[in-house]
Design a protein around this ligand. Sequence first.
Ligand SMILES: *Cc1c(COP(=O)(O)O)cnc(C)c1O
Length: 421
Amino acid sequence: MDHFLYRGGTLYAEDVPVAEIAASVGTPFYVYSTATLERHFRLFDEALEGMDHLVCYAMKAASNQAILKTLAALGAGMDVVSGGEYMRARAAGVPGEKIVFSGVGKTKDEMRLALEGGIRQFNIESEPEMIALNAVALELGLRAPITVRVNPDVDAKTHAKIATGKSENKFGIPIARARAVYAEAAALPGLEVIGIDVHIGSQLTNLAPFAQAYAKVAELTEVLRADGHDIRRLDLGGGLGIPYTRSNTAPPLPTEYGAMIRETVGHLGCEIEIEPGRLIAGNAGLLVSEVIYVKSGEDRDFLILDAAMNDLIRPAMYDAWHDIIPVIEPQAGTAQQPYDIVGPICESGDTFARARMMPPLAAGDLVAFRSAGAYGAVMASEYNTRPLTPEVLVHGHQFAVIRTRPTFDEMINRDTIPEWL
Ligand SMILES: *Cc1c(COP(=O)(O)O)cnc(C)c1O
């Protein structure tokens, strides 16, 4: 459920007509719904009620300061994957003790930043990383709280580019090596072993791979405890998928996910962390764009939009489907026709959809990409010197630009000219 619905024949974001935002901000732009963000966060929080837990929003999905503040106000922790994200979380007012640092290639500078600023835990992904963190912690006279990310070798049955829990992936350490790695960690005086971490992939639409992975983590918890490690926290990662189209069967709900967590690891008495990103932000955002031209081709018509692959790369990168809907609601019974929906960039990959059935559209009409809130704006670039897409946040009747569209001068002036030119 989200808060982007037609009312009186036009699309609204909560209580604001999308067309009104377009008139004020210009297209293309991203728009997020506060109520949807809040609803999704609460679904996870409530699904784990009764267990000691923290929902750490995986902010790489959508990391605007206003989004982080919205979630932080509800008590969200953050899962960060870079020094920049750590600084963004802190700037939004999230305390260090609610920030988890994930990622396979943390640099010593990033480790120092987080250790000095305060951190809940580092999720360690390799032995060299463990050794580096130990050195940085000792240098600062601190002990770094860690979990080790284990790779449970389960098939997440998702797109290859977002599967992370198979042994062939670069993530974590093989679960079979966990005892040796934990023994090594326990011997390093700059580290404090506090738990286990696992994350098997993104856009999972079935609970079975999660359940398999979590069962392996439960077993490992007992083994490591028997080895003398104080395993008191389990970070179970993110990855629960969202419905990208209304015609598909819906993925499991956070409540079902929570029940499965209780079943698989609930008996261990550990504090539970989860790191959802996509499910919190994905259906809380639209990308809104205007039709520039309708071009008749030999065997199909093209809708040429003012949004392009630089604004939303998911279709080009992951073959992702986004429902694309007209902002003016089509009259009941309007005949649909197939369009190839494309952007203006000179690459064939700049195609959002092929032969998509749409009501007839004309230049100047607005369309909205649904489910664009996660891995949308954060992956945008200025390819073709197209200004970075602005972001807007709606809250009831109010809306505010939360990231402005840069001017051409601002873009150009970021370049600097060497003295010999
Ligand atoms: C990307 C990522 C997440 C979030 O995944 P979603 O599919 O957006 O929920 C959580 N944890 C880690 C370690 C990640 O890399």
